[in-house]
Design a protein around this ligand. Structure first.
Ligand SMILES: *Cc1c(COP(=O)(O)O)cnc(C)c1O
Length: 392
């Protein structure tokens, strides 16, 4: 009997969909930093930036206090302003579009490819106008977008690509690292992401011009370099309207230590995804995530799509039944433009029909490196239990 109907849950303890893995080495490096003289703007920020840049193979990295601030910085560096349109996907966290609004630009939502769940390059093409300035593709779940197609469009129309790679640190596209494919690439270090700094984010780029602008933007627009005036040794100069978007040395210490474990984290995520693929392979009630050939996902999320027409339950009932089994399923994401704030800006339901249909059919299954073999077997057992009960 299902737990929601009074039966015994598949597991006694709630299993979240994602969480960090902090070990004693992480803690030791943070504590050492706390004992030192510089806890905010010390030497570890540059060290962390360099380590991330090296890991992905980019020339420059500029860290921010979170990924959203980093996206804001990237939109600033790309020169997005009032009247500019920026194309992104509706199936993402709100920040991928909000960063355009912060600069006075207009987010334009292009529908998804129903197989990969990523933005469809063909749909990007139909939304390009003379006002289009940039594209913000999102590597949803960790699977890289089809960047060759998107790059071709960007070249042909003179657009900047800001890749939202919050889900795809360590992913590969045609043998190339995410972080080397776009003009600017954002990674997030929120605790559910691949590595964490508490809050944190970064932009990697090969452009010195962008890197300079990003550094200026995260620190009030204030600089001591390339100054226009020189009034004495105390003098510094505010050249742009920036923000205080800096990360701290404490967080950078955690990031440096976490980055060393990233290959292990990626391997664990991959093996959980493989176990799910195998566990659900022969079930016609669900679709496991399709993977583009030549890409290697970093598996931030694992989306299970339900063939609702084969079931007597709604997606909401499936969600509630699995939660009752103590499986922390989730839904990523509500199409951004369906949020009341966007609706009030004039975005209407029906804008991206594929995304809206897809949103009604999916659940996010737990996936994070610390999950044990029993944990992911519990997820498989619970999904099967719920499907058996609701099978037509
Ligand atoms: C996490 C996330 C962000 C924002 O990152 P924060 O560090 O939480 O600000 C942006 N886009 C996507 C797709 C994300 O998942």
């Amino acid at each position: 009997m299902l737990a929601i109907e009074g039966g015994r849950p598949v597991r006694d303890e709630f299993l979240p969909y994602g969480m960090q893995w902090i070990d004693e080495e992480d803690i030791a490096l943070v504590v050492e930093t706390l004992r030192g003289p510089l806890i905010t703007q010390g030497p570890l920020i540059a060290k962390f930036e360099q380590a991330v840049a090296e890991f992905v193979g980019a020339k420059y990295a500029v860290a921010f206090c979170n990924g959203t601030a980093a996206l804001h910085g990237a939109c600033f560096a790309a020169g997005i302003g009032p009247g500019d349109e920026v194309i992104t996907t509706p199936i993402t966290f709100a920040a991928s579009a909000n960063c355009v609004l912060y600069m006075g630009g207009k987010p334009i939502f292009a529908d998804i490819n129903p197989e990969t769940y990523n933005i469809d390059p063909g749909q990007i093409h139909t939304h390009i106008t003379p006002r289009t300035k940039a594209i913000i593709p999102v590597d949803f779940t960790g699977q890289p977008v089809d960047m060759d197609e998107i790059y071709g469009l960007a070249k042909a129309h003179g657009l900047t690509i800001i890749q939202d790679a919050a889900h795809s640190l360590g992913a590969l596209y045609k043998g190339r690292n995410v972080g080397t494919l776009a003009d600017m690439t954002m990674f997030s270090f929120h605790p559910v992401k691949h590595i964490t700094t508490g809050e944190g984010g970064i932009i990697v780029t090969d452009s010195e011009k962008y890197a300079d602008k990003l550094r200026l933007f995260r620190s009030h627009g204030i600089t001591r370099e390339n100054m226009l005036k020189d009034e004495g040794p105390w003098y510094y100069e505010m050249q742009e309207l920036g923000y205080n978007y800096r990360i701290t040395d404490l967080q950078a210490a955690l990031g440096i230590s976490q980055l060393e474990k990233l290959p292990m984290f990626l391997e664990k995520r991959r093996s959980i995804a493989e176990a799910y693929d195998a566990g659900f392979k022969d079930m016609e009630e669900v679709d496991t995530p399709y993977q583009l050939p030549n890409t290697q996902s970093s598996w931030h999320l694992y989306m299970l799509r339900f063939n609702i027409e084969l079931l007597t339950a709604t997606r909401r009932q499936l969600f509630e039944a699995l939660r009752a089994e103590n499986i922390g399923v989730h839904v990523h994401y509500i199409p951004v433009y369906l949020h009341p704030y966007y609706q009030q800006l004039g975005y209407t339901t029906g804008l991206c029909p594929r995304a809206e249909k897809w949103y009604g059919e999916v659940l996010t299954l737990p996936i994070f490196p610390r999950m044990s073999a029993k944990d992911f077997q519990d997820v498989i057992d619970a999904v099967k239990k719920v499907i058996r009960r609701y099978r037509k």
